[in-house]
Design a protein around this ligand. Structure first.
Ligand code: HEM
Length: 445
């Protein structure tokens, strides 16, 4: 397999550390092609950009490739939740949670989503400009706060919103730093993380305790109630408090930033493509409501196409890494056990043989029937195989409701001329996305 250039023993470590993982890996792949062996001391990372390799790793070779042990930073926060666990723990938790994330099951959260979107639009009223990522983050956090805990505006809920933000930021930092001191060393960063995590844990355990006390026979109001009541069809097992805590944190973390950055990219792309914005507005203007409800979703196919194309160009999860649990062969090259294979989703979505003129924003790539001509893993913003995102239908519902509501009420232009992307925990805009709002109509309903 071609090998990326680097220093003796250190390999590409210094280069990547200087440029960030995202920029460094993307540059290497663009320069030398993929798969490519990138050495970090003893660790070999193999980035790949081909749909057939993603199919092999994520779909066909169950068991041969596993979640990384290196996601320790995140594990400190989400414990053995669905995102980070493996084996029997994962299988039984996924079985327990899956029925509550089907297209039908997530419909129960549409009113919470509408409430959070309405709250955002109320904040915008009278404003001439807003920062799109900040607003989207607040809205998406609000959606999770409402659907998960029944707490409106958790982003503003004082200490707990701030503690979650701090814990998440520090956990993500640990994920991307080459050398992280273990948590028992009282560095200022470790102390802040431990304090924030303690606060978040106390909040969640307190909620679980209160809900358990009052749960018997009461209606299920939010996702926490649903998860407390969820039982495995086969064994009748229910989740322990620790499992509930881990899953609550997992859904909170996996479910808000991903959706928020996706909405932000959609707003940025639409500002640069007025014809697409006009077509979208024509579709949304035909609805009877300012805030779309469930009955409106089937009437918004172009809105969904815009979201699909946004997720192609800017997949929030820009890379999906796995560790090879045994020796294997990928695209004719040997893969040694312990190597880290990374599906570079952002690059995979821009392969010119699959996506002609790949950098062009064209929602018609997702017109009805178009996907049939493509290999499934040519488009995988939600991953693929058994570890595919459990929140797909939740995220898509939220994005359609939010985008349609914004488009109905406003036109906007970008005040930031260039919006480069940067892959940290998600693929974010590298600088603030300031947009100038032009109201289109007063709120009807
Ligand atoms: C646009 C929004 C979203 C994107 C792009 C996204 C993307 C992804 C991707 C690519 C994975 C697979 C990661 C891997 O294979 O290593 C994943 C997993 C996951 N996502 Fe999402 N996600 C989104 C929204 C959500 C939401 C709203 C929730 C919850 C409400 C959620 C919960 C999860 C969980 C729990 C997992 C782990 C699933 C498992 O391993 O069984 N995600 N997501």
């Amino acid at each position: 397999m071609p090998r990326a250039p680097g220093l003796p023993w250190l390999g590409s470590m210094v280069d990547i550390a200087r440029k960030t993982n995202y920029v460094g890996m993307t540059e290497l792949v663009r320069c030398y092609g993929a798969p490519l062996a990138v050495h970090f001391g003893k660790i070999v990372v193999v980035p790949t950009v081909r749909p057939e390799h993603a199919q092999h790793i994520l779909v066909e070779s169950r068991g041969a490739y596993q979640k990384l042990n290196e996601i320790d930073g995140l594990r400190l926060l989400v414990g053995q939740g669905l995102f980070s666990s493996e084996g029997e723990t994962w299988t039984s938790q996924r079985r327990l949670m899956q029925p509550h994330f089907t297209p039908k099951a997530v419909q129960r959260y549409v009113e919470d989503m509408r409430g959070a979107v309405e709250q955002m639009l109320q904040r915008w009223s009278g404003q001439t400009e807003v920062e799109a990522l900040f607003e989207s983050m607040r809205m998406a956090m609000d959606v999770i706060g409402r659907t998960m805990f029944g707490v409106p505006e958790i982003g503003d809920a004082g200490p707990i919103g701030r503690a979650i933000g701090t814990a998440l930021e520090l956990a993500s930092r640990r994920l991307f730093e080459l050398f992280t001191p273990p948590l028992w060393i009282p560095t200022p960063q470790n102390r802040r993380f431990t304090a924030a995590k303690k606060e978040v844990d106390a909040f969640i355990y307190d909620l679980i305790g209160k809900r358990r006390d009052g749960a018997s026979g009461s209606e299920q109001r939010d996702l926490l109630d649903v998860l407390i009541a969820a039982s495995d069809d086969e064994s009748g097992r229910r989740m322990s408090d620790e499992q509930l805590r881990d899953e609550v944190m997992t859904v909170f973390i996996a479910g808000h930033e991903t959706t928020a950055v996706s909405l932000t990219w959609a707003l940025a792309l639409l500002a640069r493509h007025p014809q697409v914005m006009a077509r979208l507005q024509a579709e949304v203007d035909a609805l009877d409501h300012d805030l779309p409800g469930l009955e409106d979703i089937p009437k918004l196919p172009y809105t969904r196409q815009v979201i699909d194309e946004t997720l192609r160009l800017y997949p929030a999860v820009w890379a999906i890494p796995r560790t090879a649990a045994r020796d294997d062969v990928l695209g004719g090259y040997p893969i040694a056990k312990g190597s880290i294979i990374t599906v570079m989703v952002h690059e995979l979505h821009r392969q010119p043989d699959v996506w002609p003129d790949p950098n062009r924003f064209d929602p018609d790539r997702f017109a009805p029937g178009a996907a049939q001509a493509r290999q499934k893993t040519a488009y995988m913003p939600f991953g693929a195989g058994h570890r595919i995102c459990i929140g797909i239908h939740f995220a898509l519902l939220e994005l359609v409701v939010a985008l349609a509501a914004v488009v109905r009420r406003y036109s906007w232009r970008l005040l930031t001329p260039e919006v480069p992307s940067v892959g940290v925990s998600t693929l974010r805009p590298a600088r603030p996305v300031r947009i100038a709002l032009e109201p289109r109509r007063a709120a009807a309903r």
